[in-house]
Design a protein around this ligand. Structure first.
Ligand code: NAP
Length: 233
């Protein structure tokens, strides 16, 4: 896909992967709509922020109506990035934390996909990228609720790509290991460090996936830091 002039929606653009991917896509000439609770410092003619908590379907629906109004019913790329985790023993997880994780990491993705798919199907063109986690690939102690949400996202992504490929719509699910972002603010045992993946590099990886020819479909992509704890020798 040639990224120039493509219309992109990214959820969660205030920081981290969403922020750096918005910047990278704007540099490539895309038109970027950032849906989120908080804006960022990007000042670019082609960047449009729409206030939206992805947990709320009414807000998601009205955000996409605004996008479609401004773009004459066009959308080429959806990056489902907004997400969070709380970590600890399952019995210590509060109901509020469970609901916040699932409403953001799972419901939010469902809501956004539900809004873009009729338009992408009609246009016979589109690419949905979901940011899961290596926590979607293996169970981890004290990560059970976050793992469960990302396993749900894996199931949704793998089913959806088979459902929409004949409409020339790609669905890619990315499974990153640890990335140096604010994500670890709720994790008492892990502090971000320089041996993690850098969000700028994850953004470039997303650009590479989008740049592949129309017939090339990256369905699942696992990415990890080479030495997540630093050199051991
Ligand atoms: N960092 C890692 O190690 C890692 C590894 C694997 C996967 N991931 C996944 O990568 C994605 C991005 O995380 P990150 O590392 O970039 O973390 P981050 O720096 O904490 O960024 C998360 C983004 O999601 C937004 N967000 C959270 N809840 C939202 C909501 N209800 N509505 C709208 N936006 C919301 C945040 O915006 P606000 O300003 O509104 O909070 C923020 O922009 C997440 O899905 C995360 O699960 C991260």
């Amino acid at each position: 896909m040639d990224i120039q002039n493509k219309i992109v929606v990214i959820t969660g653009v205030s920081k981290g992967i969403g922020y750096y991917t918005a910047k990278a896509l704007l540099e490539k000439g895309a038109i970027v709509f950032g849906l989120g609770r908080n804006n960022n410092d990007i000042e670019h003619l082609n960047f449009h922020f729409i206030n939206c908590d992805v947990r709320n379907f009414d807000l998601v629906e009205s955000a996409f109506k605004e996008v479609f109004l401004k773009t004459d019913n066009q959308i080429h790329i959806l990056l489902n990035n907004a997400g969070l985790g709380y970590f600890g023993f399952l019995e210590d997880t509060t109901l509020e934390q469970w609901h916040e994780i699932f409403e953001t990491n799972v419901n939010g993705v469902f809501y956004c996909c539900k809004m873009v798919l009729p338009v992408m199907k009609k246009n016979q063109y589109g690419h949905i990228i979901n940011i899961a986690s290596t926590a979607a690939l293996e169970g981890m102690p004290q990560v059970s609720v976050y793992c469960a949400s990302k396993w749900a996202l894996k199931g949704l992504s793998e089913s959806l790509y088979r459902e929409v490929r004949d409409f020339r719509i790609k669905v890619t699910c990315i499974y990153p290991g640890s990335i140096k972002t604010d994500f670890f603010r709720n994790s008492p045992n892990i502090k971000p460090h320089d041996y993690m993946l850098m969000p700028e590099d994850v953004a470039q990886n997303i650009i590479q996936i989008l740049n592949m020819p129309d017939n090339f479909h990256t369905t699942n992509l696992e990415i990890r830091p080479l030495q997540p704890k630093g050199p051991t020798k």
